[in-house]
Write a protein that binds this ligand. Structure first.
Ligand code: ADP
Length: 269
């Protein structure tokens, strides 16, 4: 890519030095463009349910006023649309919070095994609503990392929720772990948590962009399932904070595996 530099020359009169200051304007321009794209996306995502709500309010206060059947149906749709807005605002808040403390390393010991247990307990009702079997295969032994428990809970919740949602009914979602892993990119031992589904899989062309805000591999399916398009972006920022990584392996028609790799706390192990 071509890079533009903003070069300014200043003459330090007192000392007779010449100062050259370089600034990568291309990067600044890109950051500005990303911010504008983000604001445009947020506005669009909020406007869609809002427009629907306004339309139904108009219908309910006019033509459908005396039709109890239509009223019930429209109120149901309005509740869904308000729920979508609520999820979006919640995810935007989460994203801005995780971005704000992305550079602050967690200092508290957290047990990944316990966080996984809680995630699965919380998501059991969603799994049974979707006729999905959750299969977990990890022992009771603690896996200690330096981590923010709530944020880690959010990471595993987002991944398992996606696996349930996209996996489809009658399928199985399995959660497995591998501990004392040696990951070349990390200095010490690490733990890997794998969330695997038997869903439709993801085309390779989408994989590198899945963690971008609002990027969806299948726009229609994501929206139909109530997705905000922010879940994996949140996961990425939380993992950055924990020096962790996300790996996605998927093939169309063959399900997906989302793996989280986190450095173990060497002090505690
Ligand atoms: P969304 O709210 O749309 O689910 P995410 O950021 O969680 O947003 O995921 C981004 C996109 O990645 C989704 O829209 C979907 O296309 C794809 N995706 C995520 N998880 C899975 C999965 N387990 N199987 C298939 N596609 C998935």
């Amino acid at each position: 890519r071509s890079t533009t530099y903003d070069v300014s020359l200043r003459h330090m009169e007192n000392h007779g030095f010449l100062i050259l200051s370089f600034q990568d304007v291309t990067q600044l321009a890109q950051a500005g463009q990303m911010r504008r794209d983000f604001v445009a996306n947020v506005s669009h995502e909020l406007r869609t349910p809002l427009t629907a709500l306004m339309g139904f309010i108009e219908t309910l206060s006019g033509p459908a006023r005396d039709d109890p059947k239509a009223r019930d149906r429209f109120l149901g749709i309005m509740a869904d649309e308000a729920g979508r807005m609520n999820r979006l605002v919640g995810d935007l808040l989460s994203l801005s919070r995780v971005e704000a403390d992305e550079r602050v390393r967690p200092t508290v010991q957290t047990d990944v095994t316990e966080v996984l247990r809680t995630t699965l307990r919380n998501l059991t009702p969603l799994a049974s609503d979707n006729e999905v079997t959750l299969k977990s295969d990890y022992g009771e032994a603690p896996m200690l990392i330096l981590g923010d428990r709530d944020q880690l809970l959010q990471v595993f919740t987002n991944l398992v929720e996606n696996a349930i949602k996209y996996g489809g009914s009658g399928q199985q979602v399995s959660i497995t772990t591998e501990t004392n892993l040696r990951d070349p990119a990390l200095r010490g031992p690490a733990v890997r948590v794998m969330v695997q589904d038997q869903g439709p899989g993801i085309d390779a062309l989408h994989l590198p962009r899945l963690t971008e805000r609002f990027y969806r591999a299948d726009n229609h399916r994501s929206r139909a399932l109530g997705g905000t398009g922010l879940g994996l972006a949140i996961v990425k920022h939380i993992l950055n904070r924990h020096r962790g990584r996300l790996r996605i392996a998927s093939k169309l028609g063959q399900g997906s595996t989302f793996s989280v790799i986190l450095p173990l706390d060497s002090e505690g192990n």
